[in-house]
Design a protein around this ligand. Structure first.
Ligand code: MG
Length: 386
């Protein structure tokens, strides 16, 4: 495959960017999207990703993926694909590093629990929370709240959004109402996310002993690469074989993504970034057969890993911790540390109980797994009186 060194006319660039919410002088030594990426890397929310669960709770072992290593893997895949398709590699990386900032502790179990706690107060959605973090919650700059990122990075972070929420989001919500696509960099990152988690969840699942090779051979994506690796290297030591199979699976999916997207781009022949946005469907994607194989893989992971009793036991516990924390803080704001207390009071003055609930949700969503467990122990364990 030849490598494009120049950006395609439909790439996102500083020239066709819709800019930042607050005007700032252009960066001196970096591009606009590099500045976005650097702001994300220096944010508090980014550092917390290190101690947030992907599937396995952080303290279960040091070898499992966390939200941080997941985000870095997504960035790696997104960058490679963006580069070869001639779009903005830095923007793809930026979106990847920011895409999971809004996740609660304890993975999806945490998000579902917090959403339930917030059901009378506007709900909770990690995708919107990522945007809330970069737009409002980070307190780093003298001149504005949030990180004041470019429109294109924010557009990429907001992967999906209900019509109701879209109406409240102004220009960022427009594309959901007009049924437009995001830029190609965001489309690529979205699929890179899927490639990363499907494959690393297999690796983590095997490592944890929750699934085995024999079971995995039920699914085509795995079986094909397994056969090739075992035929080529019959004596390969198992841990190496797993890595060899998974890296080939990732390569197989990435190659399909590149080739399918190239064909779609050739057929639609977009000339500008706007042409990408105005398509009725994304131009980055998998072929039909790869989509089918991916569905099979996802189904496998859902049935054998995410619903495994040991994972479920952990998620059930996580749900209880989130509910208990939310109820305690919401009923008695004096249990919150001073800064969160001040925000709860401020937001209650503005929006009543919904405001207070939102401040509590922000505080809980910002917790790492272990911090949430510690808070729970501090509040509910009689022996812990400090
Ligand atoms: Mg992700």
């Amino acid at each position: 495959m030849t490598q494009l060194t120049e950006l395609a006319t439909f790439a996102s660039t500083a020239n066709n960017s819709r800019g930042r919410r607050f005007n700032e002088p252009p960066p001196e030594h970096r591009s606009e999207f590099q500045r976005d990426r650097d702001r994300i890397v220096h944010s508090a929310a980014f550092r917390r990703l290190e101690y947030k669960t992907q599937v396995f709770v952080n303290h279960e072992g040091d070898m499992f993926r966390t939200r941080l290593t997941h985000s870095i893997e997504v960035a790696q895949i997104a960058r490679s694909v963006a580069r070869i398709l001639g779009v903005n590699e830095v923007l793809a990386e930026t979106i990847a590093l920011a895409h999971d900032l809004g996740h609660t502790p304890f993975g999806h179990a945490g998000q579902d629990a917090l959403n339930q706690c917030m059901r009378d107060y506007g709900g909770f959605e990690h995708n919107l929370q990522s945007l809330r973090i970069v737009d409002q919650l980070e307190e780093k700059y003298a001149e504005f709240d949030g990180l004041n990122l470019t429109f294109e990075t924010r557009e990429g972070i907001l992967k999906h959004c209900s019509t109701d929420n879209a109406r409240q989001l102004g220009e960022l919500g427009e594309r959901f109402l007009k049924k437009q696509q995001p830029g190609l960099e965001a489309q690529i990152t979205n699929i890179a996310d899927e490639i990363a988690y499907n494959n690393h969840d297999i690796d983590d699942g095997l490592r944890a002993g929750l699934i085995d090779i024999e079971q995995l051979c039920e699914i085509q994506l795995f079986r094909e690469q397994h056969q090739t690796v075992m035929t080529t290297y019959p004596d390969l030591q198992p841990r190496r074989a797993i890595h060899e199979i998974i890296r080939r699976m990732i390569n197989h999916q990435v190659t399909d993504l590149i080739e399918t997207s190239r064909n779609l781009l050739a057929t639609s022949a977009p000339q500008s970034r706007d042409d990408i946005l105005n398509q009725s469907a994304p131009l980055a994607g998998f072929s039909e057969p790869m989509q089918a194989m991916n569905r099979e893989l996802k189904r496998f992971l859902r049935n054998h890993l995410y619903r495994h009793y040991r994972v479920h036991r952990m998620t059930a516990k996580a749900r209880d911790i989130i509910h208990a924390l939310f109820d305690s803080f919401f009923d008695d704001a004096l249990l919150l540390p001073p800064e969160a207390q001040r925000k709860a009071a401020e937001q209650e003055t503005e929006n009543g109980s919904s405001g207070r609930a939102r401040a509590v949700a922000d505080y809980i969503a910002g917790m790492t797994d272990r911090y949430a467990i510690q808070e729970y122990e501090r509040i509910f364990t009689p022996a812990k009186l400090t």
